[in-house]
Design a binder for this molecule. Structure first.
Ligand code: NAP
Length: 306
């Protein structure tokens, strides 16, 4: 593939940024990738791993002459980073981000950016429970969605170019407004994470009583909750602090549904339970048909625990 941006600056060098660096390198999409992260340890790791060609002690230095600047820091840090880079952005540059929440990022970042710079927020729906510069890999975005939430006044050419970058890294790209993004993500990602955190917390309390049994028998469904609940605490704290209304809305609906099922169990209403589980099974089939998961037993894990 050919170069899409001559110079890209990655601000934050963790899972998402390092995966972008690897993917851009693999497909030859950037002439030069510059990087900046808060700690010297992360900056030197990025250089050593080789997903950046240069690293810089400040974000301001990293964005100099960049045609594309990617903010890949926790949502709660986006505003301060935008303020730090604003005076150094190249006229005509595009600034994007990869934050898991969009309305709060727009509110924090947009006011700092000078006229003549395009701000096109984005969010790749791809990740793992690992973080840091060593956790990234080039294929992370393949066959995953990336949602862009360009403002109405965004330059269509700048949007098309950013879309082309994500597509070249293997993603499918959709556009929607930031508020809709936050509601959709509250349903498909944010609330499920909260439920996983809660379930693991409940088991932890039970663990005081049953000790090792929670771990010993964890293959029966609980293991997948523990994987989700191992996700980065900073990132998820920021998600709930910044997507408050949508997650509270979906959590309210979830609690109501839980009471419906609780009542069916209490009343011995097998038909209600059967009908409910039949509906949810069809949704799972839809996820597999859409290519977003594997139908292989045990989610395609190669090594199956006894
Ligand atoms: P990560 O692996 O924890 O990396 C975060 C990076 O940001 C680190 O390199 C950190 O530097 C740097 N950083 C933090 N505060 C900074 C600051 N003030 N100035 C400069 N650098 C700073 O995080 P991630 O998983 O890549 O997530 C990054 C963004 O992507 C978040 O907004 C998250 O919501 C979003 N996202 C995550 C996922 C996922 O599954 N993980 C999926 C989609 C989107 P140090 O290492 O030096 O501390």
């Amino acid at each position: 593939m050919s170069v899409i941006y001559d110079r890209v600056a990655l601000i934050g060098l963790g899972l998402i940024a390092s995966s972008m660096g690897h993917a851009m390198k693999r497909h030859g999409l950037a002439g030069h990738v510059a990087g900046h992260a808060k700690s010297e340890a992360t900056r030197s790791a990025a250089l050593e791993i080789g997903f950046c060609q240069s690293v810089h002690a400040t974000a301001a230095e990293a964005v100099r002459d960049a045609d594309l600047v990617v903010l890949a820091v926790p949502v709660g840090a986006m505003g301060e980073v935008a303020a730090a880079i604003a005076p150094y952005l190249k006229p005509g540059a595009t600034v994007t981000d990869v934050g898991s929440v969009k309305q709060a990022v727009v509110a924090e970042v947009a006011p700092h950016l000078p006229a003549g710079v395009q701000f096109i927020p984005g969010h790749p729906l791809a990740g793992t429970e690992h973080s840091g510069p060593h956790s990234g890999f080039a294929s992370l975005f393949e066959n995953r969605w990336c949602i862009l939430t360009p403002p109405a006044a965004a330059d269509p050419h700048a949007v098309a170019r950013l879309r082309a970058l994500w597509e070249a890294m293997g993603a499918n790209v959709d556009e929607m407004d930031a508020a809709h993004h936050d509601l959709v993500l509250a349903v498909v990602s944010h609330t499920p994470h909260l439920i996983a955190y809660t379930m693991v917390g409940v088991a932890d309390h039970l663990g005081q009583v049953t000790e090792s049994e929670v771990i010993k028998y964890s293959a029966s469904g609980f293991r997948d909750f523990t994987r989700i609940a191992a996700s980065d605490p900073t990132m998820w704290r920021d998600v709930f602090l910044t997507n408050k209304e949508a997650t509270l809305d979906i959590l309210g609906r979830f609690t109501e549904e839980l009471f419906v099922l609780q009542r069916a169990i209490r009343m011995g209403d097998g038909q209600a339970l059967f009908d409910y589980f039949t509906r949810t099974r069809a949704i799972r089939r839809g996820v597999i048909e859409a290519g977003q998961d594997t139908a292989a037993p045990d989610f395609g894990r190669t090594k199956v625990d006894p």
